[in-house]
Design a protein around this ligand. Structure first.
Ligand SMILES: Cc1ncc(COP(=O)(O)O)c(C=O)c1O
Length: 391
């Protein structure tokens, strides 16, 4: 059996090596490394895949989120709702633009923005300064965009979807990232659609927003050296676009391979006591498809002393099985955010710990190896090791 990796990009790329090599060669032959033809071709192909009017490439997923908030014209001091359990980038750009991140809790079983005493309390966080909400489609399935849209309509908020981890997922028949005002994604190499370096993109159906996004990503200019608004330098480079365009053709195969791997994990992990008493396998919400960017389990305490998740992680490592903790701290507990992020207790000192699900998850989640080339043998071995740990 080959060595198990969290993500095996070499095996994945070797399967399409000729297609990638010839796409890269064509870019080198043209030597149009910035704004070359593959950029527009990829943007158009991705727009078709997503069923959205505009796709605008940019430097990375973090830039995409920043550019989205800039395009919406938010002012310093405006408040933006964001889940506490997400990758730092989602909230970092809010703070960078001198906006206030206001943190809400996530559903403890789907890790996402949907119900379960968490998102239910979101209205308590809304003030006259609240301008936008950034739902995250964490680990590969969508947040409940009906609930997000209901809140946004009621309070006139803009929606920026962070679908860095869920490209290709559907929410009620629409692709992730195409439901709010702007969708943002990352093409970090390990993502569902990953480049060979950094890359990102924004999606929108709004023509005016699309034009503004293009300008912001290109130094605020429409006409060269005429800078109408403040922007930044954030372009998807031609080599990345060429590679991504090749991989886009295979994205649905990759997603089904991820789903098959997840089904296999769950089949072997479910219904076995004492395993099931301690390990919660991922839950799929009925309004979304799951692309399994991550296969994340919740490990409850109770097997010997201390944190069972941390001990399982160490046990797996002893057997050469990598695993990752996404994420070991909720954002409200990160030093960088402690003094700037707001949560329900800051508006109403009598409220109880409003981010307890996020805090619990940070202590108990564990992501197992997941990529489109994971084999049945590798999954069986990983599950056998988990069973050995639990028994
Ligand atoms: C949920 C989420 N948002 C944003 C980002 C930022 O993307 P990038 O690393 O391309 O800046 C990531 C990627 O790592 C992510 O997982």
């Amino acid at each position: 059996m080959d060595q198990i990796k969290m993500v095996d990009l070499l095996v994945q790329h070797n399967q399409i090596r000729e297609e990638i090599d010839s796409a890269i060669k064509a870019v080198i032959d043209s030597s149009a490394f910035i704004k070359g033809k593959p950029v527009q071709a990829f943007e158009e192909n991705l727009a078709r895949y997503l069923g959205v009017k505009h796709v605008i490439g940019c430097g990375n997923g973090t830039d995409a989120l920043q550019i989205a908030l800039m395009a919406l014209g938010l002012e310093p001091g405006d408040e933006v709702l964001v889940p506490a359990f997400t990758y730092v980038a989602t909230a970092e750009v809010i703070a960078l633009l001198h906006l206030i991140p206001v943190m809400y809790d996530v559903n403890p079983r789907t890790f996402n923005t949907d119900g379960c005493n968490s998102f239910d309390g979101i209205e308590d966080l809304i003030t006259p300064k609240t301008r936008a909400i950034v739902p995250v489609h964490l680990f590969g399935q969508c947040s409940d965009m009906d609930a997000v849209k209901a809140i946004a309509e009621k309070y006139n908020l803009k929606i920026v979807e962070d679908c860095a981890q869920a490209l290709g997922s559907y929410f009620r028949g629409k692709k992730a990232g195409t439901i709010g005002d702007i969708g943002c994604t990352s093409f970090f190499p390990t993502k569902n659609l990953g480049g060979m370096g950094d890359g990102g993109a924004l999606f929108t159906n709004d023509d005016a927003l699309a034009e503004k996004i293009r300008m912001i990503a290109n130094h605020g200019q429409k006409v060269k050296y005429h800078h109408d608004i403040i922007g930044c330098n954030s372009r998807l480079d031609t080599l990345q676009a060429a590679v991504l365009d090749v991989k886009l053709r295979h994205l649905d195969e990759y997603i089904s391979a991820r789903r098959n791997a997840a089904t296999s994990y769950t089949k072997h992990l479910k219904g076995l006591d004492p395993l099931e008493t301690h390990i919660c396998t991922p839950v799929e919400s009925n309004f979304t498809t799951h692309t399994y960017h991550q296969y994340t389990i919740i490990v409850k305490d109770g097997i010997q002393e201390g944190n069972t998740r941390d001990r399982l992680k160490a046990f797996l490592a002893e057997k050469d099985i990598p695993s990752m903790i996404y994420y070991p701290l909720p954002l409200n507990e990160q030093d960088a955010f402690r003094s700037i992020a707001k949560k329900r207790e800051d508006f109403n000192p009598d409220s109880e710990d409003s981010l307890h699900n996020s805090e619990y998850l940070a202590q108990h989640v564990l992501s197992l190896p997941m990529h489109p080339c994971l084999t049945e043998d590798q999954i069986s071995y990983i599950v056998d090791v988990i069973k050995a740990f639990c028994s």
